[in-house]
Design a protein around this ligand. Structure first.
Ligand code: IYR
Length: 224
């Protein structure tokens, strides 16, 4: 049977403009992208050198191409470069982290973190030339109700990190908790809730990272 044609949408549509890649080049394109992304590492030791012109803007534009629930695009990216604001951010984040490492974290959690070498000191919040604070935008006087907010913002941050990485920049997805203090530092209204703090910069010369590895494909993919 011939499937019935879909009813025309009463809302405006435009032709899709697909990225055209010959099928016999698709695997190579995926492999090349994987090669670049497999070099991404979370970095905690930044060079204070400023970022090249335009990089943050293009990376945020890329992040904002992410799919989002009902196309609400419930994100806001606050780029902090001012040393005084970064210092305030570091002080407030370190106060939260002292609570976390000193009291709130379970032994199990601290054991899981041990190979990463993290502690309550967050000098990278000042040394990185830029810190992008990513907010979820909830319903407010000027913003509609979002849907699948965490999923949407998570995908956007993935694209942000990928865009910066392929431009040669290092990032760290830092998640202080709770994050309410960020509204004041970033001058954002109550309906915006910080979800990620992403220091960005070149890695410090000689920076080292934990000797940890990614799971092989057969541990992460199931084919049925
Ligand atoms: N937010 C803390 C703790 C922390 C938690 C996880 I899960 C990590 O993968 C890394 C750190 C901190 O930033 O130190």
């Amino acid at each position: 049977m011939v499937p019935a044609a879909a009813a025309p949408s009463p809302f405006p549509t435009v032709p899709l403009r697909p990225v055209e890649v010959p099928a016999d080049e698709a695997e190579e394109r995926c492999r090349a992208f994987h090669q670049v992304m497999s070099q991404r590492r979370t970095v905690r030791d930044f060079d204070p050198a400023p970022l090249p012109e335009g990089v943050v803007e293009w990376a945020v534009r890329t992040a904002a191409t992410a799919p989002s629930g009902a196309n609400v695009q419930p994100w806001r990216f606050v780029v902090l470069t001012d040393p005084d604001r970064k210092r305030r951010l570091r002080e407030a984040a370190e106060a939260e982290e002292r609570e976390f490492y000193g009291r709130r974290a379970s032994e199990e959690w601290l054991t899981a973190l041990a190979p990463l070498g993290t502690d309550a000191h967050k000098p990278f919040l000042e040394t990185a030339p830029a810190v992008i604070v990513v907010f979820e935008v909830h319903k407010g006087p000027n913003s509609p109700r979002p849907y699948y907010t965490k999923e949407s913002v998570g995908i956007a941050v993935g694209l942000l990190v990928a865009a910066l990485h392929q431009a040669g920049l290092a990032t760290l997805t830092h998640t202080p908790s709770p994050m309410r203090f960020l509204n004041e530092i970033c001058e954002r209204p109550a309906e915006e809730r910080a979800a990620y703090v992403v220091p960005v910069g070149y890695p410090a010369p000689g920076a080292r990272v934990p000797d940890i590895h990614r799971k092989p494909l057969d541990e992460v993919m199931v084919r049925l």
